[in-house]
Design a protein around this ligand. Structure first.
Ligand SMILES: [Zn+2]
Length: 241
């Protein structure tokens, strides 16, 4: 059976039988793969601890018909372990990994998503910024890579130059006074500036933001994510019918 070797970040694991585990890994060049770690739940397993969520590994597998099997795994970065010691970093890391799993397809190379998710985990483990800011920056950029870039300045509907006061998740972000649909919200201008900075990777502005704007920004980011992922799942159900 063909062997392959790649670097990857473990997105999730679940139990399989008595001692095995299915390990979902986003690899650098192959995209997302589902592999079986044989015997990894035994305490004497050679690489059980390396194949936990958030760990960056150098992986060797042989391809199977449905699932691949891990034959070697070396730890490159223990981000998962490091984040697990800090509650805020750990909850943020889990949300990052779960979103990455939702936004990637098996065996479809996704280098940009790979670089983004590894960058987020590195930042969380290194305590570079407020974990919630790292999470929101990750979510906004992951959505943008998936083709759902929100707008925080110009009108998301007609493109009129901003800043605009109104904000509407379903329309794609900031909306001008002409396009403004009923039910639009009016977040603080500082919140929209923060979200634009997170999307652009401008950490000077993001790190200097106030807690209330971070909270409001997290609410808008979560609403964005849920709108798009929910719709994604619904359209999948339509296809299956
Ligand atoms: Zn408009």
């Amino acid at each position: 059976m063909p062997l392959y070797r790649d670097q990857g970040i473990v997105l999730r694991t679940h139990k399989l039988g008595e001692a095995d585990r299915i390990i979902t890994v986003l690899t650098r060049s192959l995209g997302k793969v589902r592999t079986v770690g044989k015997g990894v739940r035994r305490t004497k397993s050679r690489f059980g601890a390396r194949l936990e969520p958030g760990m960056l590994v150098d992986l060797q597998c042989y391809e199977g018909r449905n699932l691949d099997t891990v034959t070697q795994a070396e730890t490159l970065e223990s981000w998962g372990d490091v984040c697990a010691r800090d509650y805020d970093a750990w909850t943020a890391a889990n949300a990052v990994l779960e979103t990455c799993d939702r936004l990637t397809e098996e065996r479809e190379p996704a280098l940009q998503q790979y670089l983004l998710v590894t960058g987020a985990l590195r930042s969380l483990a290194g305590k570079e910024h407020d974990p919630n800011l790292v999470l929101d920056a990750y979510l906004l950029r992951a959505l943008a890579i998936a083709g759902w870039a929100p707008s925080f300045h110009d009108c998301a509907k007609c493109g009129a130059e901003g800043p605009h006061r109104a904000f509407h998740v379903v329309s794609g972000g900031a909306v001008c006074s002409v396009c403004r649909p009923p039910g639009s919200s009016a977040p603080a201008p500082e919140t929209l500036r923060l979200l634009a900075a997170l999307l652009a990777g401008d950490w000077m502005i993001a790190d200097g933001s106030k807690l209330r704007h971070r909270r409001e920004g997290s609410g808008l980011t979560t609403a964005f994510l849920q709108w798009h992922l929910e719709r994604g799942v619904r359209s999948l159900r339509m296809v299956e019918r």
